[in-house]
Design a binder for this molecule. Structure first.
Ligand SMILES: NC(=O)c1ccc[n+]([C@@H]2O[C@H](COP(=O)([O-])OP(=O)(O)OC[C@H]3O[C@@H](n4cnc5c(N)ncnc54)[C@H](OP(=O)(O)O)[C@@H]3O)[C@@H](O)[C@H]2O)c1
Length: 286
């Protein structure tokens, strides 16, 4: 049992490694969050692993080392639990240096396919929760600390079929930039990482992924994790990856007529890529 209560007595958590930095990573039970936690602990940091799946978090904590990683199972839409989290983590580890707001939710398809509450859950998970956790962490973060928000290329240019998701990630980018200005004099850095498609379970059924999303090369969770660490180390405001997608998305956002013109070209390319990915998946299971 690797939960906070059972490890509270473990002096290694507080004592022996008091100098090593402490990060909260939400969405750490799989994909990008787990990859960030791995990279962070490999470089000597300690980590509070946050997600809903207790079993997966406990398995991850075991793998990363119980003296370095502790499971904090919670649902980020429970805003009271989220508000209390930085205090619990700082009390257990003795400090708090970094927050990575990475837990995310997407419902793909036209908005009227979903109940209003389902769309609200996308915004609560992807935007409200990071705002609340960032705010709650501020008094606890060490000077020189960082908050990294996991946004998306879909937050740089709106993606048809992902309207609520695009809105939440665009809002997250805006929040990151604005709050970054607010807290920079206190020595706190706030940055944003905006990936294109990443090879994790988040993509779900590839048939449902809009073709335009797959017009970009697929990247790995570990590549995104390295970008998160770079964002922290170099105190960057934003990293888009692939960088070319970020540039194209910015141009398309600034010029809606250009966006309409290139959309069919990108959709065609994405459809080809999707067919190839589906064929590769079929081969892998047969
Ligand atoms: N994969 C992509 O193509 C892609 C592209 C751009 C941006 N992103 C962003 O990257 C982030 C991570 O995605 P991923 O690709 O690593 O997906 P993933 O492998 O599905 O991981 C999502 C993580 O979020 C956690 N989570 C979801 N809802 C939660 C909630 N309400 N409370 C607590 N934890 C919750 C999940 O754990 P539990 O289910 O155990 O709670 C899981 O650990 C997301 O914010 C996503 O929007 C992903």
């Amino acid at each position: 049992m690797l939960e906070e209560q059972t490890l509270r007595s473990d002096s290694a958590i507080r004592g022996g490694m008091a100098e090593s930095k402490v990060a909260i990573v939400t969405g750490a039970s799989s994909g990008i969050g787990l990859a960030v936690a791995k990279r962070w602990t490999e470089r000597g940091g300690r980590v509070a692993l946050v997600a809903r799946s207790r079993d997966k978090l406990e398995a991850a904590a075991l793998e990363l080392g119980p003296e370095r990683a502790v499971a904090f199972p919670l649902d980020v839409v429970d805003l009271d639990a989220l508000t209390a989290l930085p205090g619990r983590v700082a009390d257990l580890f003795g400090r708090l240096d970094v927050v990575v707001n990475n837990a995310g939710l997407n419902h793909r398809g036209p908005v009227d396919r979903f109940e209003p509450a389902e769309l609200a859950a996308v915004v609560t998970t992807n935007l409200v929760a990071p705002i609340v956790l960032t705010r709650a962490a501020l008094p606890r973060l060490t000077r020189g600390g960082s908050v990294v928000q996991l946004a998306s290329i879909a937050g740089m240019v709106p993606v048809p079929g992902e309207a609520a998701y695009s809105a939440s990630k665009a809002g997250l980018r805006a929040f990151a930039r604005a709050v970054g200005y607010d807290v920079e004099e206190r020595g706190i850095h706030v940055g944003c990482v905006c990936p294109g498609p990443v090879d994790t379970g988040f993509l779900g059924d590839l048939e449902e992924v809009p073709d335009i999303v797959l017009s970009q090369p697929m990247i790995t969770a570990d590549e995104v994790a390295l970008a998160v660490l770079q964002c922290i180390d170099e105190r960057l405001e934003e990293i888009a990856l692939p960088a070319r997608s970020g540039r194209l998305a910015t141009m398309a956002y600034l010029a809606p007529s250009f966006a309409r013109k290139i959309r069919p070209v990108l959709e065609k390319r994405g459809a080809r890529n999707k067919a190839a990915l589906l064929a590769a998946r079929r081969r892998a299971v047969s």
